[in-house]
Ligand binder design. Sequence first.
Ligand SMILES: C[S@@+](CC[C@H](N)C(=O)[O-])C[C@H]1O[C@@H](n2cnc3c(N)ncnc32)[C@H](O)[C@@H]1O
Length: 428
Amino acid sequence: MTNVRALAAETLFQVVDKGQSLSAQLPYAAQKLSPKDKALLQQICYGVLRYLPTLEHYCQQLLDQPLKGKRRVFQFLLYVGMYQLQYMRTPEHAAVAETVNALQSMRAPGLKGLVNAILRTFQRQFSELQESAARVSVCQYNHPGWFMKKLQAAYPEHWQDILAANQEQAPMWLRVNRAHYSVNEYSELLDDAGIEHSLEPRFEDGIVLDKPCDVYSLPGFREGACSVQDAAAQLAARYLDPQDNERILDACAAPGGKTCHILELAKANVDALDADSERLLRVEDNLQRLELKANCIHADASTPNEWWDGQAYDRILLDVPCSATGVIRRHPDIKWLRRNSDIDDLAVLQKKILENIWPLLKPGGTLIYATCSVLPAENSEQVANFLDCTTDAIHQPLHESDTPTTPGLQLLPGLSDGFYYAKITKQQ
Ligand SMILES: C[S@@+](CC[C@H](N)C(=O)[O-])C[C@H]1O[C@@H](n2cnc3c(N)ncnc32)[C@H](O)[C@@H]1O
C-alpha cells in the first residue's frame, strides 16, 4: 500500500485503537513513500492526533453509529479527510477526492459512496459542526480530561498555556559539539549554508533553527559537528558538570543524547545503562557517529546488585522513565496512550530507581534527577520525599525558587520542551 492517506488511516488506527507508539509506526508506514509523501504522512498523523476529540465529535454527529470491527480503520480515514478540510491548505475538492481514492488501495471501493457523502456533508455543515464542538470542553482543548485536571491543580494560572503549547509544532534545536566548534563558529557555518537560526544565551550549547531541515543538510553532521536535541534536554549534561577522568553513570541512557553530550564536555569514563536492549543499540550508533566511547550496559537501574561492580561514581545522571507529558508536542500520541493510572506506577518505579541508585554515588558526588514530565508527582513531590527520607542527601538549588519543599527546576513547553531537573549532592 503506497497511498499516503490510506497509510495515515492505518497508522492512526494502530496508534489509537491498538496502543502502538507513533514513533514506531510512522517509519514503518513511510518506508515506500517519496520524501514529499513522508512529510505529508507525518503532518496528517500528527494533526489528527492533535485534534482527535474534535474529529471524533464531528464523526459522532455525522454517522448513525461509529464504524466498528473490520470497518474501524475507515473511521480514521474520515478523520484524515476532515483534518485536511479543516486544518490544512489542501484544496477542498482534492482533499475529498484523494481521501475517497484511498479506499481503492485499502481494497474497499464499496465504501466510496459513504466516505464521499460524509465528507461532503462535513463541508456543507461545517459552521454548525464547529459551533457544536466548541460547546464540548474536551474539544476545546483536545487533551484527555484526567490530564487537564492534573495540570489545573499543578498550574492554576498556566494550564491553558501548557495545553496550547502542546498543540504547536516543536522547534528544531541543535546541540553544537563543543569538542569541535564554539556555538558562534557553528552559527557562522549555518549562515554560510543559508540555514536561518538563532542563539539563546540560556542554552549555552544550543542553536534553534527557524525551520526544521534534513539533518544531512547541516554542516558537518555526518562528522559529528552537531546533534539534534531539544534545548531543555541539553541542560542535563551542563547541570551534571562532568570533569575529565571522572567515573560517571548515565543510568537511563537510551537513545544516548545526554550520554554523548556528557562525553563532548569531558573525557570521562561513562557507564551508559538502559533496560531496553534495542534502545541501547541506538546509544552505540550515536556514540559511533560522534566518535565517542562509553561502556554500554544492558541492565535494570532499579536492581544495581545485579550489575554494579562496587566502584562508586563521581556523578550520576538519572533521566528516569516518565509520562513524557512535557514532550506532547513532539509525540502527540502520548495524550491518547497514557492513562491516569500510569502516573502512579511511574512514580513508584522512579522512587525505586532513585533510592537504589543513591548508594552508588561517592560522598561529595553529584546526582541529577531529570524527567520530561510536567507533573509534580514525578518531579518536585518525588524529589521532596527523597530529600525528606535521605539524611546524606543535600539539595542544591538550580534557581531562586528551587527550595527543599518544592525542589527542582520545572521548564514548561514553549521555547524548549517541558522538562524537570533537580540537583542533589551527597554529604562528604
Ligand atoms: C527518558 S528516556 C532516557 C533518554 C536518554 N537519557 C537520552 O537523553 O537520550 C528513559 C529511558 O529509561 C529506560 N528505562 C526504563 N526503565 C528502566 C530501568 N528500570 N532501568 C534502566 N533503564 C530504564 C528506557 O528504556 C528509556 O530508554
